[in-house]
Design a binder for this molecule. Structure first.
Ligand code: ADE
Ligand code: ZN
Length: 367
């Protein structure tokens, strides 16, 4: 199995403070290539999605379809009752439903169908490169094997370029509310099966589970040549971001919005051009911010932080990456330049090969 075309070999570009962003013009994406109204399609910019949990793309309709296919009885009567559960008070209230709904994922085909549905929708949103997280421990604990979940997702990713015009790579995310021993065992299993993963990540409940707990896991992944990212500063304090950088040695921070509470940290993140994969609609739905108008994204851009816009768990949070952009635009009057800059940031911050990044930047520049 080798869908790992854009993998671990390429270091992040060594851009420092004052490094000029590439000049960007908004390319004209043809409305006919997407399923969006012409006005919205015209505003699409080709970009990379760097923060996406494949299990968070499981739409309610697909949950019911897979439950029926696999003979699984769900604890709700149908679509309406399920949709009624998508009201969250914090990260944990979402995670409870997110993990429960995974019960319908049983076979390789289920994982492949879920992945293909995401790829089709993301392609229509202008995504040209996607770095996709999956949570192997959440499947192993339900009795679904590593082979089943990894091969199912990877089989869909293997043909993403031909099928959807998107390059993709896979990130194995580890659950920070489980033990490091469990994570190490799963990483060993992934390496033993030569799983086509390019990176590891750290996700699930954040507060009370500081990054340092996973020092050995990240050291081992680094030795294996994998790229490193971790959720930090979503609900957790700025110190978790510092720990993820200093103890785990991550190259990228997922979310990171709470960095804004620590001016010294902001200065460091700007100086080192550390990518922050921000997910605005997720932050609203999980109440990290009160409303989209309260989101720190404009302040983060103004501070010179290397931010990108991502969808996190689009089936749960009311939107894919294009929905994030259109809602941001409605609230903040995001300029064309900001959109192009966010797209350029996403490409520079990806784990793709330098060659692929150059292609994507060329496309962004209308080439
Ligand atoms: N797993 C899926 N979505 C997540 C999020 N937003 N934060 C932490 N873990 C997650
Ligand atoms: Zn996430």
């Amino acid at each position: 199995m080798d869908n790992n075309r854009d993998t671990a070999a390429d270091p992040l570009p060594q851009t420092g403070p004052g490094t000029e962003m590439p000049e960007t013009e908004l390319p004209g994406t043809e409305a006919s290539e997407t399923n969006l109204p012409e006005t919205e399609a015209a505003q699409l910019v080709p970009l990379a999605e760097l923060h996406l949990h494949i299990e968070g793309t499981l739409q309610p309709e697909l949950i019911l379809e897979l439950a029926e296919r696999n003979g699984i009885t769900l604890p709700y009567s149908g679509l309406e009752e399920l949709r009624g559960l998508y009201e969250f008070t914090d990260l944990q209230s979402f995670l409870d439903l997110y993990y429960a709904n995974m019960a319908v994922l049983q076979t390789e085909r289920d994982f492949a169908d879920m992945t293909r549905a995401y790829l089709a929708r993301a392609a229509a949103a202008g995504v040209r490169h996607a770095e996709i997280m999956m949570d192997p421990q959440a499947h192993l604990s339900r009795g679904v094997s590593l082979e089943t979940c990894v091969k199912g997702v990877a089989s869909a990713l293997a043909t993403s370029q031909e099928d959807f015009g998107m390059s993709t790579l896979l990130i194995a995310a580890f659950l920070r509310d489980q033990s490091e021993e469990s994570a190490l065992e799963v990483l060993d299993g992934l390496l033993a099966m030569n799983a086509p993963i390019a990176a590891i990540g750290l996700d699930s409940a954040e507060v009370g589970y500081p990054p340092a707990k996973f020092e050995r896991l990240f050291a081992k992944a680094r030795e294996a040549g994998l790229r490193l990212t971790a959720h930090a500063g979503e609900e957790g304090p700025p110190s978790y971001i510092i720990e993820a950088l200093d103890v785990l040695g991550v190259e990228r921070i997922d979310h990171g919005i709470r960095c804004m509470e620590d001016p010294d940290l902001v200065e460091r993140l700007v100086e080192d051009r550390i990518p922050l994969t921000v997910c605005p609609l997720s932050n609203v739905r999980l109440r990290a911010v009160d409303t989209l108008a309260d989101h720190p994204l404009p302040a983060m851009l103004a501070a010179g932080l290397n931010v990108s816009v991502n969808s996190d768990d689009p089936a749960y949070f009311g939107g894919y990456v294009d929905d994030n952009f259109s809602q941001l635009k409605a609230v903040f009057d995001l300029s064309d330049f900001d959109r192009a800059r966010l797209a350029a940031n996403s490409i520079h911050s990806s784990f793709a090969s330098e060659e692929r990044k150059a292609e994507l930047l060329d496309e962004l520049n209308g080439g």
